[in-house]
Design a binder for this molecule. Structure first.
Ligand SMILES: [Zn+2]
Ligand SMILES: [Zn+2]
Length: 241
Protein backbone atom coordinates (compact mmCIF):
# COMPACT_ATOMS: atom_id res chain seq x y z
CA UNK A 1 0.00 0.00 0.00
CA UNK A 2 1.59 3.24 -1.12
CA UNK A 3 0.91 6.49 0.69
CA UNK A 4 -0.02 9.19 -1.82
CA UNK A 5 -0.90 11.85 0.76
CA UNK A 6 -2.03 11.81 4.36
CA UNK A 7 -5.30 9.88 4.19
CA UNK A 8 -4.89 8.58 0.63
CA UNK A 9 -3.35 5.16 -0.05
CA UNK A 10 -2.89 3.20 -3.26
CA UNK A 11 -3.00 -0.56 -3.86
CA UNK A 12 -2.15 -1.25 -7.53
CA UNK A 13 -4.29 -3.71 -9.44
CA UNK A 14 -2.73 -6.95 -10.68
CA UNK A 15 -3.98 -7.40 -14.23
CA UNK A 16 -4.58 -10.86 -15.67
CA UNK A 17 -6.19 -11.60 -19.04
CA UNK A 18 -8.77 -9.16 -17.77
CA UNK A 19 -7.60 -6.02 -15.95
CA UNK A 20 -7.86 -5.75 -12.17
CA UNK A 21 -8.79 -2.29 -10.91
CA UNK A 22 -6.63 -0.33 -8.52
CA UNK A 23 -7.92 0.14 -5.00
CA UNK A 24 -7.58 3.34 -3.00
CA UNK A 25 -8.00 3.54 0.74
CA UNK A 26 -9.09 6.97 1.93
CA UNK A 27 -9.40 8.49 5.38
CA UNK A 28 -6.95 9.42 8.11
CA UNK A 29 -5.78 6.17 9.64
CA UNK A 30 -6.29 7.40 13.20
CA UNK A 31 -9.90 8.35 12.47
CA UNK A 32 -10.88 4.68 12.43
CA UNK A 33 -13.27 5.64 9.62
CA UNK A 34 -11.71 4.38 6.40
CA UNK A 35 -13.19 3.80 2.98
CA UNK A 36 -12.06 1.43 0.26
CA UNK A 37 -12.62 2.71 -3.27
CA UNK A 38 -13.42 -0.15 -5.69
CA UNK A 39 -12.55 -3.82 -5.21
CA UNK A 40 -11.11 -5.44 -8.34
CA UNK A 41 -11.24 -8.62 -10.39
CA UNK A 42 -12.24 -12.06 -9.10
CA UNK A 43 -9.49 -13.56 -6.94
CA UNK A 44 -7.84 -10.17 -6.38
CA UNK A 45 -9.35 -9.37 -3.01
CA UNK A 46 -6.97 -11.39 -0.84
CA UNK A 47 -3.74 -9.57 -1.58
CA UNK A 48 -5.47 -6.22 -1.24
CA UNK A 49 -6.76 -7.11 2.22
CA UNK A 50 -3.25 -8.33 3.12
CA UNK A 51 -1.74 -5.03 2.03
CA UNK A 52 -4.20 -3.18 4.25
CA UNK A 53 -3.36 -5.46 7.20
CA UNK A 54 0.38 -5.11 6.52
CA UNK A 55 -0.03 -1.34 6.81
CA UNK A 56 -1.15 -1.93 10.39
CA UNK A 57 -4.79 -1.12 9.70
CA UNK A 58 -7.41 -2.95 11.72
CA UNK A 59 -10.09 -4.19 9.32
CA UNK A 60 -12.78 -2.97 11.73
CA UNK A 61 -11.85 0.58 10.75
CA UNK A 62 -13.01 -0.06 7.16
CA UNK A 63 -16.48 1.42 7.33
CA UNK A 64 -17.50 1.37 3.69
CA UNK A 65 -16.64 0.36 0.17
CA UNK A 66 -17.44 3.00 -2.42
CA UNK A 67 -17.69 1.82 -6.02
CA UNK A 68 -16.76 4.23 -8.81
CA UNK A 69 -18.90 1.94 -11.02
CA UNK A 70 -19.80 -1.75 -11.21
CA UNK A 71 -17.86 -3.21 -14.15
CA UNK A 72 -16.54 -6.71 -13.50
CA UNK A 73 -12.91 -5.58 -13.14
CA UNK A 74 -14.02 -3.38 -10.20
CA UNK A 75 -16.77 -5.44 -8.56
CA UNK A 76 -15.38 -8.96 -9.26
CA UNK A 77 -13.73 -9.40 -5.86
CA UNK A 78 -16.21 -7.30 -3.91
CA UNK A 79 -17.75 -10.47 -2.43
CA UNK A 80 -14.25 -11.58 -1.25
CA UNK A 81 -13.65 -8.22 0.39
CA UNK A 82 -17.10 -8.12 2.00
CA UNK A 83 -16.32 -11.50 3.55
CA UNK A 84 -13.34 -9.92 5.35
CA UNK A 85 -15.17 -6.71 6.30
CA UNK A 86 -18.76 -7.85 6.72
CA UNK A 87 -19.86 -4.72 8.57
CA UNK A 88 -18.68 -2.30 5.89
CA UNK A 89 -21.40 -0.52 3.94
CA UNK A 90 -21.57 -0.52 0.16
CA UNK A 91 -22.03 2.85 -1.52
CA UNK A 92 -22.46 3.50 -5.23
CA UNK A 93 -24.42 5.62 -7.66
CA UNK A 94 -28.17 5.01 -7.61
CA UNK A 95 -28.44 4.10 -11.30
CA UNK A 96 -26.16 1.08 -10.91
CA UNK A 97 -27.22 0.35 -7.32
CA UNK A 98 -30.74 -0.45 -8.41
CA UNK A 99 -29.49 -2.90 -11.06
CA UNK A 100 -27.14 -4.55 -8.56
CA UNK A 101 -29.92 -4.94 -6.01
CA UNK A 102 -32.15 -6.55 -8.63
CA UNK A 103 -29.42 -8.88 -9.89
CA UNK A 104 -29.38 -7.15 -13.29
CA UNK A 105 -25.75 -7.67 -14.32
CA UNK A 106 -25.78 -6.14 -17.79
CA UNK A 107 -23.52 -3.31 -16.63
CA UNK A 108 -21.24 -5.68 -14.69
CA UNK A 109 -20.38 -7.64 -17.84
CA UNK A 110 -20.95 -4.87 -20.38
CA UNK A 111 -21.88 -7.23 -23.21
CA UNK A 112 -23.50 -10.68 -23.47
CA UNK A 113 -20.51 -12.38 -25.10
CA UNK A 114 -18.18 -11.28 -22.31
CA UNK A 115 -20.73 -12.45 -19.74
CA UNK A 116 -20.81 -15.96 -21.20
CA UNK A 117 -17.03 -16.10 -21.38
CA UNK A 118 -16.52 -14.94 -17.78
CA UNK A 119 -19.24 -17.10 -16.35
CA UNK A 120 -17.64 -20.12 -18.01
CA UNK A 121 -14.05 -19.19 -17.11
CA UNK A 122 -14.64 -18.12 -13.50
CA UNK A 123 -17.65 -20.31 -12.69
CA UNK A 124 -19.74 -17.24 -11.95
CA UNK A 125 -23.45 -17.78 -11.54
CA UNK A 126 -26.23 -15.45 -12.53
CA UNK A 127 -26.77 -13.07 -9.62
CA UNK A 128 -23.22 -13.51 -8.25
CA UNK A 129 -23.08 -9.74 -7.67
CA UNK A 130 -26.60 -9.25 -6.38
CA UNK A 131 -26.24 -7.41 -3.10
CA UNK A 132 -27.77 -4.73 -0.96
CA UNK A 133 -26.46 -1.21 -1.43
CA UNK A 134 -26.47 0.79 1.78
CA UNK A 135 -26.16 4.26 0.31
CA UNK A 136 -27.23 5.29 -3.15
CA UNK A 137 -25.31 8.32 -4.30
CA UNK A 138 -26.68 10.76 -6.84
CA UNK A 139 -23.75 13.12 -7.34
CA UNK A 140 -23.46 16.48 -5.61
CA UNK A 141 -22.98 14.99 -2.13
CA UNK A 142 -20.19 16.23 0.09
CA UNK A 143 -18.92 13.28 2.09
CA UNK A 144 -17.31 14.05 5.42
CA UNK A 145 -15.57 10.77 6.04
CA UNK A 146 -12.35 9.76 7.74
CA UNK A 147 -11.58 13.32 8.77
CA UNK A 148 -11.62 14.45 5.14
CA UNK A 149 -14.06 16.04 2.74
CA UNK A 150 -14.76 14.39 -0.62
CA UNK A 151 -17.18 15.62 -3.26
CA UNK A 152 -19.16 13.10 -5.29
CA UNK A 153 -19.52 13.93 -8.98
CA UNK A 154 -21.75 11.87 -11.27
CA UNK A 155 -19.84 11.33 -14.53
CA UNK A 156 -21.80 8.94 -16.77
CA UNK A 157 -20.61 7.86 -20.20
CA UNK A 158 -18.24 4.95 -19.50
CA UNK A 159 -21.19 3.41 -17.66
CA UNK A 160 -24.40 4.96 -16.40
CA UNK A 161 -23.48 5.24 -12.75
CA UNK A 162 -19.84 6.31 -12.85
CA UNK A 163 -18.84 8.63 -10.05
CA UNK A 164 -15.68 10.54 -9.28
CA UNK A 165 -14.49 11.46 -5.81
CA UNK A 166 -12.76 14.81 -5.50
CA UNK A 167 -10.81 16.18 -2.55
CA UNK A 168 -10.59 19.96 -3.11
CA UNK A 169 -7.93 20.97 -0.58
CA UNK A 170 -5.19 18.70 -1.98
CA UNK A 171 -6.88 18.65 -5.42
CA UNK A 172 -7.09 14.88 -5.62
CA UNK A 173 -9.36 13.22 -8.18
CA UNK A 174 -10.42 9.57 -8.20
CA UNK A 175 -12.30 9.29 -11.53
CA UNK A 176 -12.71 5.50 -11.88
CA UNK A 177 -12.39 4.58 -15.56
CA UNK A 178 -13.52 7.89 -17.01
CA UNK A 179 -10.09 9.44 -17.49
CA UNK A 180 -6.62 7.91 -17.18
CA UNK A 181 -3.05 9.13 -17.46
CA UNK A 182 -1.51 9.75 -20.88
CA UNK A 183 -4.65 11.26 -22.47
CA UNK A 184 -6.54 7.97 -22.29
CA UNK A 185 -10.23 7.64 -21.46
CA UNK A 186 -12.54 4.75 -20.63
CA UNK A 187 -14.28 2.79 -23.36
CA UNK A 188 -17.75 3.89 -24.31
CA UNK A 189 -19.18 0.94 -26.22
CA UNK A 190 -20.49 -1.21 -23.35
CA UNK A 191 -23.97 -1.51 -21.83
CA UNK A 192 -25.17 1.86 -20.54
CA UNK A 193 -22.25 3.75 -22.07
CA UNK A 194 -22.61 6.88 -24.18
CA UNK A 195 -20.02 8.91 -26.09
CA UNK A 196 -21.84 12.25 -25.75
CA UNK A 197 -22.39 11.67 -22.01
CA UNK A 198 -18.72 10.80 -21.60
CA UNK A 199 -17.76 14.02 -23.38
CA UNK A 200 -19.93 16.04 -20.97
CA UNK A 201 -18.43 14.20 -18.01
CA UNK A 202 -14.87 14.86 -19.19
CA UNK A 203 -15.69 18.54 -19.63
CA UNK A 204 -17.18 18.59 -16.13
CA UNK A 205 -13.99 17.05 -14.69
CA UNK A 206 -12.01 19.51 -16.77
CA UNK A 207 -13.45 22.32 -14.64
CA UNK A 208 -11.72 20.95 -11.54
CA UNK A 209 -8.26 21.92 -10.36
CA UNK A 210 -6.50 18.55 -10.20
CA UNK A 211 -2.97 17.98 -8.95
CA UNK A 212 -3.20 14.25 -8.25
CA UNK A 213 -5.03 11.89 -10.61
CA UNK A 214 -5.83 8.43 -9.24
CA UNK A 215 -7.57 6.44 -12.01
CA UNK A 216 -8.92 2.90 -11.94
CA UNK A 217 -6.09 1.48 -14.06
CA UNK A 218 -2.59 2.10 -15.34
CA UNK A 219 -0.34 4.89 -14.16
CA UNK A 220 -1.30 7.29 -11.42
CA UNK A 221 -0.21 10.92 -11.83
CA UNK A 222 1.05 12.82 -8.80
CA UNK A 223 1.79 16.10 -10.63
CA UNK A 224 -0.98 16.70 -13.12
CA UNK A 225 -0.33 19.44 -15.66
CA UNK A 226 -2.77 22.35 -15.62
CA UNK A 227 -5.58 21.76 -18.12
CA UNK A 228 -4.74 18.07 -18.57
CA UNK A 229 -8.32 16.76 -18.37
CA UNK A 230 -9.70 19.52 -20.57
CA UNK A 231 -7.01 18.77 -23.16
CA UNK A 232 -7.92 15.06 -22.96
CA UNK A 233 -11.60 15.95 -23.48
CA UNK A 234 -10.69 18.08 -26.52
CA UNK A 235 -8.61 15.33 -28.10
CA UNK A 236 -11.43 12.81 -27.74
CA UNK A 237 -14.38 15.11 -28.51
CA UNK A 238 -14.53 14.22 -32.26
CA UNK A 239 -15.03 10.55 -31.34
CA UNK A 240 -17.58 11.13 -28.57
CA UNK A 241 -20.59 11.82 -30.75
ZN1 LIG B 1 -15.07 0.30 -16.24
ZN1 LIG C 1 -11.94 -0.75 -14.99
Amino acid sequence: MKKIKEGVYFIPGQDEMIPDSHVYVIGNILSGDLSIIDAGLMGKGGYKIREILNAGIDLSSIKRIIMTHTHLDHIGCLPEIIEKVPDAEIWMHISEAESIEQGDERTVYGMPMFQEMCQAQYGLKQGAFKLEVNRKLEGGETLEIGGMVWEVIHIPGHSQGCIALYEPSERILIPGDVVYADYAIGRFDLHGASGPELKKSLLRLGELDVDILLPGHNRIVEKVETGYILETAKQWAPYLV
